[in-house]
Design a protein around this ligand. Structure first.
Ligand code: NAD
Ligand code: UDP
Length: 308
């Protein structure tokens, strides 16, 4: 039985990961400051004697004996990470140092939840791990993008200099149940708007693209990466790319909504296109997503129907 620390474990992806790791027979310590996560996401795990919740902020050091650390703690939606940009970059960078020091002290493997945002507004399409990205260092997304880039640097340096067993994954847009109602990302916004028959707010003209991965596929990839001999970075995402306008139309169709589409200004530095090249994950982890967008959206719509 492994002892595993999941930071950000009460969040959207973290709560699915905790569930999966417990199912596999591990002891899981979920550490979270509940900034964007919630106890509702993990309340079903509380009775499990192998599960423990600790309210803690990773910008402060934390001591525990564990075999593995999944570092997911960080607000991930643009409205949430821009709410307190300085706190976001502290979480990404100081939090990363604290977790790497912990990994070093107890000899644990550590996996960092990095992001496709390290590619910025990419000039290479689809994005392979070898691409260094096109990121504005002083824009409104920089606290997150540059924070995550610096965290990747720290992972690489603790591996080279301190021999820490590090694993970096670059997660592309992921969606599914347990996203917060006020999350602000596109899939949760569109589904909630559609279910309430309110206007669907497209930022810009809707021709920008994203590639959406269902959360169960993603968590399987995280566990495979932790159990592999790779250090990464490795892209994890669903290569099926679509425009934001197409996504809005699909959600209207699946919810039988009467919502109309309205257009709002595109936020600064909003990437125009994004699609993962997952050759590395396919070849070396034997991983690829299985859930198509229709099935994934149907399950997510059912979740939000219960929430609102
Ligand atoms: P989320 O906001 O639902 O989860 C983040 C969790 O971290 C929350 O529970 C929050 O309370 C916690 N947290 C934030 N700051 C903290 C701090 N200082 N100390 C302790 N806990 C803190 O977001 P998510 O979508 O589940 O994202 C999880 C991780 O995956 C993040 O690191 C994010 O950057 C990364 N990621 C997610 C996506 C995606 O599409 N969902 C894409 C790329 C990367
Ligand atoms: N978006 C939108 N309407 C919304 C929320 C987001 O049109 O209500 C757009 C956003 O401008 C971006 C895309 O959808 O082009 C994905 O946004 P999200 O915040 O989900 O993720 P990210 O931009 O970080 O990939």
């Amino acid at each position: 039985m492994k002892r595993i620390l999941v930071t950000g474990g009460a969040g959207f992806i973290g709560s699915h990961l905790c569930t999966e790791l417990l199912k596999e027979g591990n002891k899981v310590v979920c550490l979270d400051n509940l900034f964007t996560g919630s106890l509702e996401n993990i309340c079903h795990l509380m009775p499990d004697k192998n599960f423990e919740f600790v309210r803690h902020d990773i910008t402060a050091p934390y001591k525990i004996e564990v075999d593995e650390i999944y570092n997911l703690a960080c607000p991930a939606s643009p409205p949430h990470y821009q709410y307190n940009a300085i706190k976001t970059i502290k979480t990404a960078v100081i939090g990363m140092i604290n977790m790497l020091e912990l990994a070093k002290a107890c000899g644990a493997k550590i996996l960092q939840a990095s992001t496709s945002e390290v590619y910025g507004d990419p000039k290479i399409h689809p994005q392979p791990e070898s691409y260094w990205g096109n990121v504005n260092p002083v824009g409104i997304r920089s606290c997150y993008d540059e924070g995550k880039r610096c965290a990747e640097t720290l992972m690489a340096d603790y591996h080279r200099q301190e021999n820490v067993n590090t694993k970096t994954v670059r997660i592309f847009n992921t969606y599914g149940p347990n996203m917060a109602i006020n999350d602000g990302r596109v899939i949760s916004n569109f589904i909630i708007q559609a279910l309430k028959n309110e206007d669907i707010t497209i930022y810009g003209n809707g021709t920008q693209t994203r590639s959406f991965c269902y959360v169960e596929d993603l968590t399987e990839g995280l566990v495979k990466m932790m159990n592999s001999s790779l250090t990464g970075p490795v892209n994890l995402g669903n290569p099926s790319e679509r425009t934001i306008l197409n996504l809005a139309e699909l959600i209207i169709e699946l919810t039988l909504s009467k919502s109309k589409i309205v257009y709002k200004p595109l936020p600064a530095d909003d990437p125009m296109q994004r699609q993962p090249d997952i050759t590395l994950a396919k070849t070396h982890l034997g991983w690829e997503p299985k859930t198509d967008i229709i099935n994934g959206l149907k399950q997510t719509i059912e979740y939000f129907r219960e929430c609102i």
